[in-house]
Ligand binder design. Structure first.
Ligand code: TMP
Length: 221
């Protein structure tokens, strides 16, 4: 059985990832493909509990190393329970965030550095690499504005509080944003950078183009 295709979506809070993942999954389904959609943190029973702990603004005083360890604990569970089995069965896995998020947020934002994150990724995740990563990087101002509005709406509607990261200062997000750019420059073969304040349809078209290219590489394997 040929191994499946591992696609990740990355970007700042408010970059439009969630909308784009839904559209990409729908685009695939129209073509008879049934992707396994995952997200991090979360997506497994244990992972959803870790997500709550990580994102609830009442989890105050989490040390950066604790935060990073929890992100990796969630990821190890998702790899074991969802990602690896699906790839082994030849399926397409569409994952909303993966280790690039840890490198950008904990390595960059929390200033723990890339080396520690990449070393942990090697040890805990067996160095599993996505075949293609779609990195959405609108301007920092645009992302922050959208993330705040979305969180106000979600808290009001569902009563769940996932605001812990949104309470960070702009300087934190600037470091995250810069680290993402650094990752894209370091790994141009894997990371497709979609920059600028584009319309939803334009972003979708760029995503579809990149995914179609990775399909053709996949069929050549
Ligand atoms: P989401 O809202 O896109 O699901 O992401 C949840 C938050 O968790 C978001 O603020 C980014 C953060 N995060 C990290 O800080 N490190 C990580 O490794 C992951 C996966 C997410």
């Amino acid at each position: 059985m040929q191994r499946g295709l591992f696609i990740t979506l990355e970007g700042l809070d408010g970059s439009g990832k969630t909308t784009q993942i839904k559209r990409l999954a729908a685009w695939m389904q129209k073509r008879g493909l049934v992707p396994v959609v995952a997200r991090q943190p979360g997506g497994t029973t244990t992972g959803d509990r870790i997500r709550e702990l990580l994102l609830d603004s009442r989890s105050s005083g989490l040390a950066p190393m604790t935060e990073m360890a929890l992100m990796f604990a969630d990821r190890a569970q998702a790899i074991a329970e969802v990602i690896e089995p699906a790839l082994a069965e030849g399926k397409i896995v569409l994952c909303d965030r993966f280790t690039d998020s840890t490198e950008a947020y904990q390595g960059g934002g929390r200033e723990l550095g890339s080396t520690t994150v990449l070393e942990l990724h090697r040890l805990i995740c067996g160095d599993l690499q996505p075949d293609v990563t779609l990195l959405l990087l609108p301007s920092l101002e645009h992302s922050l504005d959208r993330a705040r509005k979305r969180n106000e709406r979600t808290t009001a509607q569902s009563g769940t509080d996932e605001n812990r990261f949104e309470q960070e200062q702009e300087a934190f997000y600037r470091r995250v944003w810069q680290k993402y750019r650094e990752i894209a420059a370091r790994e141009p073969d894997r990371v497709v950078l979609i920059e600028g304040d584009l319309a939803i349809d334009e972003v979708h078209e760029q995503i579809v183009e990149a995914v179609a290219m990775s399909f053709s590489e996949f069929h050549k394997r």
